[in-house]
Design a protein around this ligand. Structure first.
Ligand code: PLP
Length: 621
């Protein structure tokens, strides 16, 4: 467990049981017994729910909402800040109904709202009963239809804020408001010049795609004033990018945002809400420092940084403290989901024994086998060099026809046996840590039942790191190292970067696969951005998704099951009609029977197999 760093990045949500199982801990009931993940998997299996699956934990989601809102409430109280916090959850970060429903339900006590970045997301937001003071913040490109719905929703008591992204959008709003004869609730999105570090550096600052520069901003303010709508402009929005690694970037951005706010107030704009967008990060690696996959602050420290910075700037400019809004998505939802899959088989890159060299074998086989005779700790690098050289020479001879297939097979096995011993020596000998690192790259391949493209798109697209841990046997020393290959036929479909001891390693320490039970691996913190960004590469569809609640007695309740895509469903996504496919197959069977190639009794078997596949899960069953 120490090796995988559960206690560094696990935020107290995960622990290792004495039997080596990874377990879930309920943050709301710290004294409740942790619940074993392999046991949860076994239980789900018995209920007919197979891996791969996404497991959502209700109490994890609630814990993040609580920590965020209470973090702000405490900072506000401590600082003497004179306005509340009204966070909104950006729907795009996880649009799944189970997640958004839960957020709205649990967030009601905090007047927590929603952010919509598109028409469909606004439609989702308006299907929820929010508290009276909660906001719906509308960002992104908006047409007249979007704006009309946003304005009209005010009639039902929604605080739907249309955040103006450009002077052109302001014109559409002016027109629709006039047509409806209603006052809109407006915001303006300002483009901060501060840039952040980390993965989203290039999309922050001056060149960010969204928001207005100072010139555009003043044009919009003047237009609204001319149209008698300036009194509707209540919120100022900015967003400095996702996963901000350094809390001081948050302070700098908030300071800049406050300059706009106090200037606009001075211009007579009756702003009441300051929205600082998303960016609150997740410590995926547990390093607790400002780096691409880690952050140097906690949620509470983020809240303090925002509250103190805004209080200071407003007091200095003698402007009333605005209601604080953030659109934190990743930090709220990432930890609540995990992807769990089983390992199907392994390709080992070493062998436990070596065959004897035969009298007629090429002399290079004997040279290769002889390496074993001088394999000792201080010659291990030399032995590895020699073994590779002889093996590569033998491969060249095989290609030219001087070594036959059986000899080549013997050579490969002798080489793999040498590799087993070389890796063992390098792992244990102090002086060979560099060589050990090098050899870690020559790891086994564990073939796993999932698709990177469907379930972990950011790993493929932006090298996102997630904590990855075997879910069982943590009490036993891992005896293998592996990269994890997915079930797609794409060489990019693999996981080959792992967080170990706070460092990035090219392979994961794992155990030899047990014969009598599944070997599960968990990829943690996948609740933000992964589910809908995923795609259908090789037509692997959505996995099963299960939402559970942790019970104080150490059990769990199954709250919801969303079955993964069947093959018929993924076929329909790519324009096939499953019924037409079945009809075409049936026709071929009947033609083959007529032509005498098949017996009539074969028909049932063939069509049954086709139909079973059509209704089955897209993953290995
Ligand atoms: N608000 C806006 C406007 C965004 O573009 C984003 C995402 O980048 C977010 C909020 C959510 O950001 P995060 O998930 O980093 O909290």
């Amino acid at each position: 467990a120490n090796l995988y760093g559960l206690d560094r990045w696990g935020k107290g949500l995960l622990s290792a049981l004495p039997n080596g199982d990874v377990a879930l801990c309920d943050p709301a009931h710290p004294d409740a017994p942790p619940i074993s993940l392999p046991e949860i998997m076994q239980d789900l299996q018995q209920r007919g729910i197979a891996s791969p699956l996404v497991l959502r934990v209700k109490s994890f989601l609630e814990a993040e909402i609580r920590t965020l809102n209470e973090g702000f409430a405490e900072a506000i109280q401590r600082t003497g800040y004179r306005a509340p916090y009204r966070g909104v959850f950006p729907i795009k970060v996880n649009q799944q109904a189970q997640v958004v429903d839960r957020i709205v339900e649990f967030g009601r006590q905090y007047d927590y709202g929603l952010e919509a970045g598109s028409k469909p997301e606004l439609v989702i937001a308006l299907a929820h009963r929010l508290s009276r003071d909660a906001l719906i913040v509308c960002n992104g490109v908006k047409d007249a239809e979007f704006i009309r719905l946003a304005i009209l929703s005010r009639r039902l008591g929604f605080n739907t804020v249309i955040v103006l992204e450009s002077p052109k959008e302001a014109e559409i709003v002016i027109e629709v408001a006039r047509e409806l004869g209603m006052d809109p609730l407006l915001g303006v999105r300002v483009k901060l010049t501060n840039q952040i570090s980390g993965k989203w550096e290039s999309s922050s600052g001056d060149r960010s795609a969204f928001g207005m520069n100072t010139d555009q901003l003043m044009r919009v303010v003047d237009r609204l004033r001319d149209e008698g709508l300036l009194h509707c402009l209540k919120l100022q929005h900015s967003h400095l990018g996702s996963q901000v690694p350094d809390v001081n970037d948050v302070r700098r951005a908030a300071t800049e945002a406050c300059r706009y706010f106090t200037e606009l107030t001075g211009e007579g704009v009756p702003l009441t809400h300051l929205d600082l967008g998303g960016g609150l990060g997740v410590d995926y690696t547990g390093e607790k420092r400002a780096s691409e996959n880690s952050i140097n602050y906690s949620m509470a420290e983020y809240a303090t940084a925002v509250v103190e910075t805004v209080a200071y700037a407003m007091d200095e400019a003698e402007v009333d403290h605005p209601v604080l809004v953030t659109e934190s998505g990743r930090a709220v939802s990432a930890t609540s989901s995990m992807l769990i899959f089983d390992v199907l088989e392994s390709t080992l890159y070493d062998a436990p024994d070596a065959p004897d060299v035969q009298p007629d074998d090429h002399h290079l086989l004997a040279d290769l086998a002889a390496v074993s005779g001088y394999l000792v700790a201080d010659r291990v690098q030399e032995c590895w060099n020699d073994a590779r050289f002889y093996r590569d020479e033998l491969r060249a001879l095989f290609r030219r026809g001087y070594v036959d297939l059986r000899q080549m097979a013997r050579a490969e096995r002798i080489y793999l046996n040498l590799m087993a011993r070389i890796k063992d020596i390098a792992r244990t000998a102090e002086a060979n840590s560099e060589l050990d690192k090098e050899l870690q790259k020559i790891a086994d391949v564990y073939h796993c039942n999932f698709s990177v493209f469907q379930s972990l798109p950011d790993v493929w697209a932006i090298d996102q790191l997630h904590p990855i841990v075997p879910l069982q046997m943590l009490g036993q020393e891992p005896d293998r190292r592996a990269v994890l290959s997915d079930i797609t036929c794409d060489s990019d479909g693999k996981l080959d970067q792992f967080i170990l001891d706070g460092e990035i390693a090219p392979s994961l320490p794992v155990h030899s696969l047990p014969e009598d039970r599944p070997y599960y691996l968990g990829v943690f913190f996948v609740g933000a951005y992964q589910e809908t960004l995923g795609d259908l590469h090789n037509l692997f569809g959505d996995t099963n998704v299960v939402t559970i609640d942790l019970r104080p007695d150490g059990g769990f309740d199954l709250l919801h099951e969303q079955e993964g895509d069947t093959i018929a469903e993924v076929l329909s996504y790519v324009e096939y009609d499953p019924a037409d496919c079945l009809a075409a197959f049936r026709k071929m069977v009947d033609e083959a029977i007529s032509a005498g190639g098949l017996k009539a009794s074969d028909r049932k078997t063939l069509i049954g197999a086709y139909r079973d596949s059509m209704n089955g899960y897209t993953y290995f069953e």
